[in-house]
Design a protein around this ligand. Structure first.
Ligand code: 48F
Length: 264
């Protein structure tokens, strides 16, 4: 017989096991858009303990609506290769551009990140950072419905060896880091330079170039990287986002491997 309290107990026990298992991770990622999800999948596949925090109920960020709710996305050759690694079918549009179904893309990237072993907590928002000896040491988190309801509830915190901000256009983590602390970022001005208006071609290249470490312990990817470094947006072309996630994973993996080497 299905007993209601046992169903509740199963959910509560399993959720808390999951939550307790990710209080200290190798990599914590704020935001589950295309760049965060690709980074999560690649780092988890490489054997690192990865936690993804997403403030919305559904993951995938800006993918679902394609362009102006027309649910198709456009990628270049590099983006196509990453989508195909996730099992997404890409369709040739011209010799250099491909299209993919936005719903298939979002669900495949989420599925790949999860199946690679990344733990994903949705409706959890990063509201602040943990700073230790001049280095980001984790994220301060709360339920996003708490913020939405305007409730005065203190947060909890998780620790991570490396953090990745992949929050897209709002750049919420860097903003709070700069607002509360006298620090200098690794950008041309030392501060947040702000997103510029749409210039698809250069934005696609810059989003990959801008992906990297902006403060000890903190990397940026995707639109967050362009917003940090004063580069333009690109609109509904996603190849750069996917490649940015892959580059972030690669850089973070190298940093973690180097620090593993030093500790041995
Ligand atoms: O915006 P988003 O899709 O990030 P992205 O990887 O990709 C950008 C593209 O979707 C698109 C574009 C064309 O390529 O420019 O916009 O840079 O996803 C960011 C995710 O982060 C979540 C947000 O809900 C979204 O799902 N997010 C934002 N702030 C927070 C957060 C936060 N403070 N804590 C947790 N999640």
């Amino acid at each position: 017989m299905l007993q209601e309290s046992i169903i509740s107990r199963a959910i509560i026990e399993r959720y808390f096991e999951k939550l307790k298992g990710c209080l200290q991770v190798d990599v914590a990622i704020a935001g589950a858009g295309p760049s965060g999800l690709v980074a999560a999948a690649e780092l988890a596949s490489a054997g690192f303990k990865v936690l993804v925090l997403e403030k919305k109920l559904s993951l995938g960020g800006g993918i679902w609506g394609g362009g102006m709710l027309f649910n198709e996305i456009v990628v270049d050759n590099g983006g196509k290769a990453i989508l195909e690694d996730s099992g997404v079918s890409c369709h040739s549009y011209n010799p250099t551009l491909f299209t993919a179904d936005a719903v298939e893309t979002a669900s495949a990237l989420v599925f790949r990140a999860r199946k690679s072993g990344a733990v994903i907590l949705n409706t959890v928002e990063v509201e602040d950072v943990v700073l230790r000896h001049g280095r980001l040491a984790g994220f301060v988190i709360n339920w996003s419905p708490v913020t939405l309801a305007g409730l005065h509830v203190d947060p909890l915190a998780i620790e991570a060896r490396v953090c990745l901000e992949a929050t897209g256009h709002p750049l919420e983590v860097l903003k709070v880091l700069l607002r509360k602390n006298d620090i200098i970022l690794s950008t041309a001005t030392g501060g947040i330079m702000g997103e510029r208006s749409m210039t698809a071609d250069s934005a696609e290249q810059l989003v990959v170039e801008n992906t990297g470490c902006v403060f000890p312990g903190l990397y940026v990817s995707g639109m967050a990287a362009n917003a940090a470094h004063g580069s333009p947006r690109m609109g509904p072309v996603f190849g750069g986002m996917l490649q940015s996630g892959r580059k972030a994973a690669d850089l973070i993996r190298k940093e973690l491997e180097a620090s593993n080497g030093q500790n041995h």
